[in-house]
Design a protein around this ligand. Structure first.
Ligand SMILES: NC(=O)c1ccc[n+]([C@@H]2O[C@H](COP(=O)([O-])OP(=O)(O)OC[C@H]3O[C@@H](n4cnc5c(N)ncnc54)[C@H](O)[C@@H]3O)[C@@H](O)[C@H]2O)c1
Ligand SMILES: [Zn+2]
Ligand SMILES: [Zn+2]
Length: 346
């Protein structure tokens, strides 16, 4: 089969590789029908995620059809259409039993396209298939369901729920890539007073307006602090969500938040970041971090099928699987191409 293989920083190719086989009784082999690229894959490509080594098939988001199941798989059947979540869950360890699947101790967590071969391929081996996939609801197009593999649960759990967005809050979202836009989508469910999107790319800020940001700030030429101050009587945002993953944006999020407010970091950081505790200690600020757990997937499926969340508007580009390298280029130059999520399908 063919797959998108990482060959060290800056290098990937669409290679001929061996088709995956069942390794454990709880595995399934899934034929990938629709797959996408994440901002985290761009971090990997930069060399920010050293656990990913030469030869790894990337990708942790897919919708596909089950081809084969091991004898230990109980609920997933050959022929089922499933969502393959970015988080794999053994279902039995302490963290899984508490719903913290991202921290799974039993061999799960974020492993696809990280510690084991991922979904950017014609076929993928999915460990713990019963607890790591979701049956596709009838009537939902594959590509919309695909948005629940990572971005929607991440924005919702690590941004909105960790940040405890409340009705009437002023929410600042730093970074309006797919993750920031997913956080805006999730924040809107709580009727905030204002959602302020902050990015350096005008194309992304235009998108943020479509997703429900009522104020946008290009922090390449505007002062985000001033804009937030003007909306909050000088206090600062109730919640600042960081959705980029570089030191400057984390520091900005900690400066935008009001005393007593919450900073929810979503970004994957590849280098050390300064925490200005000398300024923050007196301001009663809560800072959360997190890898998505995907405990909200079922809730989001309900919101998706009930048309309370619009997943279609994330999708800007379509490619066939064999155009993966081109799709990375388009996604990686989002400021020029206007790409949000690119979908590759058979
Ligand atoms: N915590 C998790 O579980 C989890 C899951 C998925 C993704 N992520 C991370 O979330 C982050 C965002 O993902 P994405 O897919 O939206 O990425 P992306 O690269 O598509 O978007 C990042 C956005 O940040 C903007 N940006 C860059 N520098 C900026 C600056 N100095 N000020 C303001 N904006 C700036 C870019 O213009 C871009 O629009 C990444 O770090 C990704 O790795 C985390
Ligand atoms: Zn991801
Ligand atoms: Zn577990």
């Amino acid at each position: 089969m063919r797959a998108l293989v990482y060959h060290g920083p800056g290098r990937l190719s669409w290679d001929e590789v061996a088709r995956p086989a069942l390794l454990e009784p709880t595995d399934a082999i899934v034929r990938v029908d629709a797959v996408t690229i994440c901002g985290t894959d761009l971090h990997i490509l930069k060399g920010d995620v050293p656990a990913v080594t030469d030869g790894r098939i990337l990708g942790h988001e897919a919708v596909g059809t089950v081809e084969e199941v091991g004898p230990g798989v109980k609920n997933v059947r050959v022929g089922d259409k499933v969502l393959v979540s970015c988080i794999t869950a053994c279902g039995a360890c302490r963290y899984c039993r508490e719903g913290h699947f991202g921290q799974c101790l039993g061999g799960g967590g974020w492993i696809l396209g990280h510690k084991i071969d991922g979904t950017q391929a014609e076929y993928v081996r999915v460990p713990f298939a019963d607890t790591s996939t979701y049956a596709a609801p009838a009537g939902v197009p594959d590509e919309q369901l695909l948005m629940l593999a990572d971005i929607l649960p991440t924005g919702y759990e690590v941004g909105v729920l960790n940040g405890k967005v409340n009705p009437g809050d002023v929410v600042a979202v730093v970074g309006a890539g797919p993750i920031g836009l997913a956080a805006i989508t999730g924040a809107r469910l709580f009727s905030p007073a204002h959602v302020v999107a902050i990015d350096m790319a005008d194309t992304r800020l235009e998108a943020a307006k479509q997703f429900g940001a009522d104020v946008t700030v290009n922090n390449g030429r505007e002062d985000a602090m001033q804009v937030i101050a003007s909306l909050t009587d000088g206090l600062g945002a109730d919640v600042a969500i960081e959705a980029v993953g570089v030191p400057a944006t984390f520091e900005l999020a900690t400066r935008l938040v009001r005393p007593g407010g919450r900073v929810a970091n979503i970004g994957v950081h590849g280098e050390p970041v300064t925490l200005h505790l000398e300024e923050l200690w007196i301001r009663n600020v809560t800072i959360t971090t997190g890898l998505v757990d995907t405990y909200s997937t079922q809730t989001l499926l309900t919101l998706l099928t009930g048309h309370q969340v619009d997943a279609a508007r994330f999708i800007t580009h379509h490619f066939p699987l064999e155009a993966f390298v081109e799709a990375y280029d388009v996604f990686g130059r989002a400021a020029d191409t206007g790409a949000l999520k690119v979908v590759l399908s058979r």
